[in-house]
Design a protein around this ligand. Structure first.
Ligand SMILES: *[C@@H]1O[C@H](CO)[C@@H](O)[C@H](O)[C@H]1NC(C)=O
Length: 753
């Protein structure tokens, strides 16, 4: 690579990754080649090496895995000066569909590698976190929906904590041979005897300093839960200690599951491993990639393994379905928001669990929790009367043992679950009553199973404490939870991350909502149902809440559509799911579309969307270029050089949603262009129906679209204009293309801030 382009190239990369002095140092080095000596680059002790991902784009044409991996060895040989052989520095090669590797390097070595011809980006490996019986029925997707013959050819790749092979959800009785397109493998280990015709592949990836048991077996439960929600068999009589009894099933019970274990107990999930799993899943021939993993921080698309991997998947017609994150309810908390993936938020269903508390004076409280324990009665004690002198927030075990502890002072269920509930359990209490958890959303449903009898009550008058003070022998009963109707559902769970997208805010994110609160699905029997140390209860099915649970609902729904329309692009599938989604109520979630996207998925309706908004790699590239990303940056995602021939504004991305940014009381006018493809009936005429609140004028032109054949496209423009006072607020409107049979609905969102 010639000096000049090398220098420009590196500047672009390092501007994003390193401090300014580092950039200046690099600039100096680039301008004064004579200084570039081995000493200078090897001045950091070897002990300071850490793991970097070196991304080099697509596998070069005509190269086999061996040839690709030898490129990597050559780079290390040229750059790294050490006693170890070059292969000792390479932790992993991406050699199946990508070209790249993970290596243990010093910062200087990483810097030098970034300088190499063909290297697109170098970034440190970081560790990411993992983020039912009635949920499918609730969203209008009963067991007897029409099924495609091709369903059993669909393969869903699940990047997660592995699988519990013995689960009834993954039994292969009645399954035909593995689809012939499958190119994957199954890693057998002493604790994992192999795959079957239901879960047809299993691999694991671990790059890092820890020493987990290397196996595809799920020791946590998360991966079995997500895989069974997407594609688990129908298992009747599923329940957790008789709670939530019903048939547990995935959207596509005949589809196959391919397991890519990238997350490890206590060690998280690393970029290096996520990218490796994408490389394999794409080469293995999966149709859908389901990723319920999120980052703790927002990164740009070029250092985000999920964004990079998803782009490549989408380009191969594989649908990337990803969880939005559990950092809600504030705006701008979304974690996975690249325009080429489906970003999924978590909603509630119409079910909730209530747990009754009865005091000795017969006062009753209907609290909430998932309490699987049979009714208990015990002496009540106020937590404040039993402090442990050893530390704050802890209880004196001698005083609380075998009693029901009453705790207050928590601001959210989640905080209480990790505070009061665990503390009481560890201190040997018989039960715990948490008073006054004031969620931002009132009684938010995001329970996890507790290790001891528990209930979260609202006792504004402190009647429980008054009762304790009124008698020498205060007692209470905590009953087992009972299943109730949640009449407000669906609304978005408070924990679900909200948009708008922090980088490209004119693309609506999240895209969709799906059930993610108190979902019952398959679980690992190596992990207790509460996941609290000391709880020994294990069960084949368990309740879990999170956007991690919402994501596989969309992965399953996408698989369902794919089984009918194998040639649809990921954007067409997303469009069908978005335009047919059930709109949700902004009175229950003020963030409106930034909370739930186009609404709650309705896979049955999505089967006949009428029109779809398609987009492909070229559109995303134009979008990135038009958003100020350089050729070099776009190359990281796309692997294509000089991709930016022309740019489009992000408003021009052919998305089935419209987002406008406005200032309070300032007039605005925004134009959009969109193209729809006819996938309904060959001859049909659609009329534009606009719903908009006061202050908003929306003009669609033309307002009639005529189609005479399938696959025909039509282009229209939308002008959104108006003046809105107050803010920050989210103002919702919509455009529906209606031909009498199909209503193709797109949200129009004005964000006033
Ligand atoms: C391709 O990469 C994998 C993963 O690092 C590695 O195990 C394999 O040996 C590589 N293939 C070749 C032919 O070097």
């Amino acid at each position: 690579m010639v000096a000049l382009s090398s220098y420009i190239y590196n500047l672009a990369i390092f501007m994003m990754t390193s401090s300014l002095p580092f950039t200046i140092l690099f600039l100096l080095l680039s301008l004064t080649p004579i200084l570039v000596t081995c000493q200078l680059f090897d001045d950091v002790p070897t002990g300071h090496r850490k793991d970097y991902i070196v991304f080099m784009g697509d596998k070069p044409k005509g190269y086999d895995e061996w040839a690709v991996s030898s490129l990597h060895v050559n780079i290390i040989r040229e750059v790294v000066i050490s006693d170890e052989p070059p292969t000792g520095h390479i932790l992993r090669s991406y050699n199946r569909t990508f070209n790249g590797f993970v290596a243990r390097l010093t910062e200087k070595e990483a810097e030098r590698i970034a300088e190499k011809d063909g290297v697109i980006s170098v970034f440190p490996n970081r560790i990411n976190q993992l983020q039912t019986t009635n949920s499918w029925d609730f969203i209008g997707f009963p067991t007897n929906v029409p099924r495609s013959r091709l369903e059993s050819d669909i393969i869903i790749g699940v990047l997660d904590t592995g699988i519990w092979p013995e689960s009834a959800s993954f039994d292969d009785t009645g399954f035909g041979p593995v689809p012939s397109k499958w190119r994957g493998t199954c890693r057998v280990t002493p604790d994992f005897r192999g795959c079957n015709r239901k879960f047809i592949g299993a691999k694991f990836y671990y790059t890092g300093p820890g020493q987990p048991v290397l196996t595809a077996r799920d020791y946590e439960g998360h991966g079995s839960h997500t895989a069974s929600t997407a594609a688990g068999n129908s298992v009747s009589g599923a329940n957790l200690y008789s709670l939530g009894s019903g048939t547990a099933r995935g959207a596509v019970p005949s589809a196959r599951i391919a397991v890519y274990k990238v997350c490890w107990p206590d060690l998280g999930c690393s970029d290096a491993d996520i990218l490796a799993a994408f490389d394999d899943a794409i080469a293995d021939g999966v149709d859908i990639i389901s990723v319920s993993i999120g980052f703790n921080d927002n990164r740009n698309y070029f250092q985000d393994s999920i964004a990079i991997g998803s782009f490549r998947a989408a380009r191969q017609n594989i649908v990337p379905s990803v969880s939005a994150g559990n950092d809600g309810p504030l705006l701008l908390t979304i974690r996975n928001f690249a325009p080429w993936l489906i970003s999924v938020a978590a909603s509630t269903t119409n079910r909730r669990f209530l747990t009754t508390v009865i005091l000795g004076n017969n006062q009753r409280f209907e609290g909430w929790s998932i309490n699987t324990f049979n009714s208990i009665q015990a002496t009540l004690i106020f937590g404040g009367d039993a402090p442990n002198t050893a530390g704050e927030n802890s209880l004196n075990a001698n005083l609380v043992r075998r009693k029901i502890v009453v705790c207050d002072g928590y601001t959210s269920v989640r905080e209480a679950q990790f505070g009061a509930v665990r503390t009481a359990f560890f201190a040997g209490a018989a039960g715990v009553i948490v008073n006054g958890v004031f969620q931002i959303y009132g009684d938010d449903v995001n329970n996890i199973v507790a290790p001891l009898p528990s209930s979260y009550v609202i006792d504004n008058n402190n009647a429980i404490l008054a009762y304790i003070r009124s008698t020498s022998n205060p007692v209470a009963v905590i009953q087992k939870s009972s299943e109730q109707r949640n009449t407000f559902g669906p609304y978005l769970a408070a924990f679900s991350s909200r948009g708008p997208s922090p980088f490209t805010n004119s693309v609506l994110k999240p895209d969709l909502a799906a059930p993610g609160a108190e979902i019952l699905a398959a679980y690992s029997q190596a992990s207790s149902v509460s996941d609290v140390p000391g709880d020994t209860r294990v069960a084949p099915f368990n309740f879990v809440s999170g956007t991690s649970m919402a994501c596989p609902h969309v992965s399953g729904a996408a698989a369902y559509l794919k089984s009918f329309y194998p040639n649809w692009s990921p954007a067409m599938i997303r469009s069908a799911l978005m335009t047919t989604a059930t709109p949700m109520n902004s009175n229950l979630n003020n963030e409106a579309e930034f909370a739930y996207g186009a609404g709650q998925i309705n896979p049955t309706r999505a089967l006949n969307p009428g029109l779809v908004y398609d987009a492909g790699a070229a559109d995303y590239i134009r979008f990135l270029c038009g958003n100020g990303y350089s050729n070099t940056q776009v190359q990281v995602i796309t692997g294509m050089r000089n991709a930016c021939t022309s740019g489009g504004s992000s408003r021009e991305l052919n998305y089935p949603a419209f987002v406008v940014y406005a200032s309070p009381s300032q007039p605005f006018s925004c134009d959009f262009r969109r193209t729809v493809t006819n996938v309904g009936s060959a001859t049909s005429t659609y009329t534009a129906l606009v719903t908009a609140p006061q202050g908003l004028n929306i003009l669609v032109s033309p307002n009639t679209l005529r189609f005479t054949s399938l696959g025909q496209t039509a282009t229209f423009s939308v002008n959104v204009r108006g003046t809105i006072s107050g803010g920050p607020r989210v103002v919702s409107a919509s455009l529906v293309w209606d031909n009498g049979n199909s209503q193709v609905r797109s949200p129009i969102v004005v964000y006033v801030s």
